[in-house]
Design a protein around this ligand. Sequence first.
Ligand code: MN
Length: 437
Amino acid sequence: MHAIDETHSPALVSWLASANQAGADFPLQNLPHGVFRRQASGEAWRGGVAIGDQVLDMAAAHAAGLFTGEAAVAAGHAGAPALNGLMALGPSAWQALRLALSRGLREGATDQARWRACLVPLAEIEMTVPARIGDYTDMYASIHHAGNIGKLFRPDSPLTPNFKWLPIGYHGRVSSIGVSGQSFPRPRGQILPPGAAAPVFSECKRLDYELELGIWIGQGNAQGEPVPLADVERHLFGMCLLNDWSARDIQAWEYQPLGPFLAKSFATTVSPWIVTMAALAPYRGQWIRPEGDPQPMPYLDDPAIRERGAFDITIESWLESATMRAAGQNAARLSHSSFRHSYWTVGQMVAHHTVGGCNLQPGDLIGTGTQSGPGEGEAAALIEQSVGGKQPVSLGNGETRSFLEDGDTVILRAWCERPGFARIGFGDCRGTVLPAR
Ligand code: MN
């Protein structure tokens, strides 16, 4: 597991003033990776690292000879149009690059002019999905979400008998994954109206979002060789925000017996920056299985997971309606919670995914499932917040929502903070619902 080292020191200050502003998502302690180009430039996509209000063009920085040794090898891959090569290198190379970036961007570094020449303002760039995603799996790891949803779909037994024994998941769709800024038409499909004997073909009337985190896989594993939990860290590159847009009415009719299909496959939005596992190291904490619950099987249990398996990542969802945009009003917050409440940890999800012999590859994406917390205001999807549509949510400007309307933009946000350490953020994950076509 990543150690706390000099790159995490809260005392670090960058020669780039915008990186030192309180509340900034991308201080020197973060250094997330993404893939970008200048807007409307026709330039080639290339990898970059966010710092303050700038991105360090890694292709340019590598070409300028700013790195040596193992960090130079990693920097070459970090400037590529997709980050799979960087993800495949493993923790030693990732760490060498992080250290070199931290030292080059901090106050007092030599060569500042050569580094500064590789910066591009974030305000001038567009971004794309940061890796060629081979496979995307979405889990169901929050017991609070599973309980809330289960009550609506199966009032007699909200939690399925397997929930406390294994991390539930389904295989999702890669082709419709987009980055923040994505918009998509409201899906159409088969829907069974309440009390009806036969379904109708209709546009979705119960369109929802799901606030999740995404896990970017680092090194892969060979087919037939499961990843032991004690060895999971080299398979974890970093995390992002993920919105698993969901058509609840289509889902309710189609999901048995094989799980979600068209209710989930029309769009998934991720935040473009990958916050590395190294950057997240200070915000990890104990993972505790409640007494009285089944203890995990040996392949899902490890002392390191018990000590530092949980991640205290604050997660929020916001809604900006077309009315708010037209009136210049602020978005309304729908939820506020933390990923530390997850019933299953990131490591357990990966260990379980591979235990039967499935091979993961660098750049694979795993969603954590909707991360609802235990308290008031911590439910991370509208179906929970509106209790299946029966209690519409007030947006504070006279509008209410049971489910999403055309023109609605959902904004996901996440950050980590802990006394004695810097605050680091994920950057926004925004997506907008367009009318059905
Ligand atoms: Mn989901």
